[in-house]
Design a protein around this ligand. Structure first.
Ligand code: CTP
Length: 319
């Protein structure tokens, strides 16, 4: 509908702005930013037609019993057994039930955060969402430490914790989770086959160490619903990235959403190299067809929404 339609021409024109403008225009846009509360409400209402984040953020215990067999969401021919451990970690009710916040931060993992000095500002939000168990302590000045909700793709076990090969890796992981206290740990366990043993090891470590973290496992319909919402707004994204998923969910709970660490480009506006992740040496693969994501398209979409006051995108330094 008229209010929200993100037409291709709008996305293309923001593309030109991003490519051609010096940083001044972009930063000016940040300085003059003002929330558009009626647009925020309109977006929330429209997203609610596709999904209800309170419910879809996690399946609950009563959805399954141990031994149930389910089909992977993006790999329908493959199946997964709901184990006893997994079942015991499913929440009784949605961990986001009745939770409402004035301001939220969604923190992406781009290297654009390095040297941003945004830590204090990020931590000042009422609710802070982070992605993929990204480390914070060593980067606190730039990224903050508050983590109320944090995602963890099963691949993180291999990538950042050595596949739990030895005791040190497992201890490092348990330590990282214990720092989260009672925050929500969101594990997309039912998306694609491949990470099931990692999810099982994670579940076993949480239970063995009696960690307080509140586990959540996205509903089987979430990704389709999110994709459906963006498709109807003419944003053709096959596999929404974790960051876009988090923004979409946050619209249900947060009146004002601030995004940090979203910059899927190898250079900043001054031409200086930007790391793909602020904390590791993973390289950009997001310009090739090898990647399932379309982060640059997502970014342009978010940039349009920023300019319309629906969300605030910070890509520069925080004062
Ligand atoms: N992000 C970004 N620019 C980057 C890196 C990340 O905008 N250079 C955003 C994306 O929205 C991404 C989120 O930050 O989803 C978290 O980063 P990452 O952990 O890399 O995202 P994933 O979507 O989980 O990527 P992958 O599927 O490769 O694990």
């Amino acid at each position: 509908d008229g209010e929200l339609s993100l037409s291709r021409s709008m996305i293309n024109s923001s593309d030109k702005i991003i490519r051609k403008s010096g940083s001044s225009i972009f930063h000016h846009a940040v300085e003059g930013w003002k929330i558009n509360s009626s647009l925020v409400m309109e977006i929330r209402k429209n997203i609610l037609r596709f999904l209800d984040a309170e419910r879809d953020v996690s399946v609950v215990k009563s959805s399954f019993k141990p031994g149930d067999v389910i089909h992977y969401v993006l790999d329908r021919r493959r199946t997964l057994n709901i184990s006893q451990d997994l079942h015991s970690l499913l929440p009784e009710v949605s961990p986001m039930k009745n939770r409402r916040f004035k301001t939220c931060a969604v923190v992406g993992n781009s290297g654009i955060l390095l040297d941003s000095g945004c830590g204090r500002e990020i931590d000042s939000h009422d609710f802070v969402i982070r992605c993929n168990l990204a480390p914070v302590v060593e980067f606190a000045a730039d990224v903050g430490t508050k983590s109320d909700f944090i995602t963890m793709n099963p691949s993180v076990v291999q990538r950042a914790f050595g596949g739990f090969q030895n005791e040190t890796d497992r201890e490092k992981f348990v330590h990282r989770l214990s720092m989260l206290n009672e925050s929500v740990l969101w594990i997309p366990a039912f998306m694609v086959k491949g990470g099931e043993k990692h999810v099982e090891w994670v579940n076993a470590l949480i239970l063995k160490n009696k960690l307080k973290v509140r586990t959540a496992y996205p509903s089987l319909r979430l990704i389709h619903a999110v994709r459906g919402y963006w498709l109807t707004n003419k944003v053709h994204i096959k596999r929404p990235s974790t960051g876009l998923l988090m923004y979409t969910l946050a619209t249900r709970f947060c009146d004002e959403i601030h995004l940090y660490g979203f910059w899927p480009f190898p250079k900043d506006l001054h031409g200086k190299p930007v790391k793909y992740h602020y904390y590791d040496d993973l390289k950009y693969q997001y310009f090739s067809n090898a990647s399932p994501h379309r982060m640059p398209l997502e970014f342009k979409t978010l940039y349009v929404l920023h300019n319309r006051g629906a969300l605030k995108l910070t890509t520069g330094k925080c004062i």
